[in-house]
Design a protein around this ligand. Structure first.
Ligand code: ASP
Ligand code: MG
Length: 470
């Protein structure tokens, strides 16, 4: 085993963990508390709802609404400067990051000005604006660490995270990034300087700013963790870890101490709020442990995600998507199910719209599938167009108030009776199951129910598998 001093750790702080001067101060203290055992790499999100404001400002700018965007940027500037001055009280005398904040926001104003004149922004300009919050929080966090007597410097992830050119939802180029990450971060760590890296942002090989999609700072942290490589990535958030169910629905829900990568991926895909679906890929392939824990209760251990753990077989967690749309699409008479299914799924695939569940009824060539509510309108359009263009689709039915309840567990595979127990529990409570699907990986079983039955369904499954016990 390596001595503890050699532990390499990436610490990521989300927006609420940096939501105020107080929160930033306690984040800095959490970091300081670890320097005896590690020189961490820190990854930060934008403070609080900064990203939302920046996105709104960019939209307003494109519409030529000067007053709106100016007000939004002005108030972001005020808020951030206020945080700086609150933090200055806590350790007066050190240099303030105010200059950095003014200059980053000046760049945003310039872009908004251009957008107004040209009535539009390019993808990279939009990404540059929306990820400026991370530049601000990195500057403030690095400065706060300095004030605690720790060497730290802000690092713009544009220098180390190389991506493709899909603005707004870019994918990381792992090989190129590995080189950049090591080249930039290793020397800092060797000098015991803590890099404070902006989450969410990256750049193309040509240097154009990109973003990794909303909530993408988790991915920044796990990418750096996997490629540096680090031993562990700790994701500080506002909940105590990944829970057996949404605690707002299930009062007895509790933190799951260990999850496998595959379980975590499955949970993230189906909407567990604490995980970003893209953030689990690289750590899984590089065997880096990811710990999810609360910055508000740092003594709790949180959830550790790693290779498959031996655990009691069966369901580990229940997740739900309350806002789903369920589509039932029939083929015209005489057309085989496979043609109907191929047309429909091909149409969704072409637009990158993921399905939550898919079921088939081959006897009468009907396909039933669910998508998350945000895609509902677009899917309707796609299906209508497919019906006109292909001539194989017949009736299209939509249930707009549907929810999906998903039971997840690695060791469900090959454990008999799980599905029976699950559907038995739903039947016992008179919950009408509209559609059923078993994940192809056999890691999950999903049921579509009416939206108003979601809470009862989640509780029924949670109780049946005794997830709140122990
Ligand atoms: N600040 C970005 C967002 O709000 C990225 C993140 O928080 O992970 O989406
Ligand atoms: Mg955020």
């Amino acid at each position: 085993m390596r001595p503890p001093s050699a532990t390499k750790r990436v610490l990521k702080f989300g927006g609420t963990s940096l939501g105020s001067a107080d929160r930033i101060r306690s984040a800095a203290q959490l970091i300081a508390g670890q320097v005896a055992e590690t020189v961490p790499v820190v990854v930060v999100s934008a403070m609080g709802s900064t990203t939302d404001s920046l996105v709104r400002a960019a939209n307003a700018a494109q519409l030529g609404e000067q007053e709106t965007w100016r007000e939004l940027i002005d108030s972001l500037e005020r808020e951030h400067l206020e945080v700086c001055s609150d933090l200055a009280d806590f350790s007066p005398g050190a240099e303030e990051p105010a200059a950095a904040i003014l200059s980053h926001l000046r760049a945003v104003r310039e872009l908004c000005q251009v957008a107004g004149a040209e009535r539009g922004l390019s993808g990279t300009q939009l990404d540059e604006i929306s990820s400026t919050g991370e530049l601000l929080s990195a500057a403030i966090t690095a400065d706060t660490l300095n004030k605690l007597g720790l060497a730290a410097c802000a690092v713009d992830a544009k220098q180390i995270i190389q991506t493709d050119g899909r603005f707004g939802r870019a994918m990381v180029a792992a090989q190129a990034s590995e080189h950049l990450i090591r080249g930039r971060l290793s020397p800092l760590l060797a000098d015991r300087v803590i890099p404070v890296v902006t989450g969410f942002r990256g750049a193309t090989a040509e240097g154009s700013c990109t973003t990794l999609g909303r909530g993408g700072s988790d991915s920044t942290a796990t990418i750096i963790g996997a490629l540096l490589p680090a031993d562990e990535v700790w994701i500080y958030t506002d909940v105590a870890g990944v829970m057996t169910a949404d605690p707002r629905l299930v009062p007895s829900a509790k933190v799951i101490p260990f999850l496998s990568y595959r379980e975590a991926l499955e949970l993230a895909f189906f909407g567990a709020r604490v995980l970003h679906p893209n953030s689990m890929d690289l750590p899984r392939h590089h065997d880096v442990r990811v710990r999810i824990l609360s910055s508000f209760e740092p003594v709790s251990q949180g959830t550790v995600i790693g290779p498959k753990v031996k655990s009691r077989p069966g369901v580990r967690a229940v997740v739900d998507t309350r806002d789903a749309r369920l589509f039932t699409v029939g083929g015209v008479d005489g057309v085989a199910f496979t043609r109907v299914g191929t047309a429909v799924l091909g149409g969704l695939e072409a637009e990158g719209i993921p399905t939550l569940i898919v079921t088939q009824s081959s006897a009468d060539n009907v396909i039933c599938f669910a998508v998350s509510g945000e895609h509902g309108k677009r899917v309707r359009e796609i299906l209508r167009k497919l019906r006109d263009d292909t001539g194989v689709l017949g009736e299209i039915e939509v249930t707009s108030k549907a929810g999906i309840v998903v039971a997840v567990g690695d060791s469900m595979r090959g454990t008999p009776g799980i599905a029976a127990k699950l559907f038995g529990a739903l039947a016992e409570r008179n919950i009408n199951v509209v559609a059923i699907s078993q994940g192809s990986s056999e890691l999950s079983v999903s049921a579509a129910v009416r939206a108003e039955d979601v809470a009862a369904a989640v509780n029924a499954i949670h109780d049946a598998f005794e997830l709140g016990a122990g």
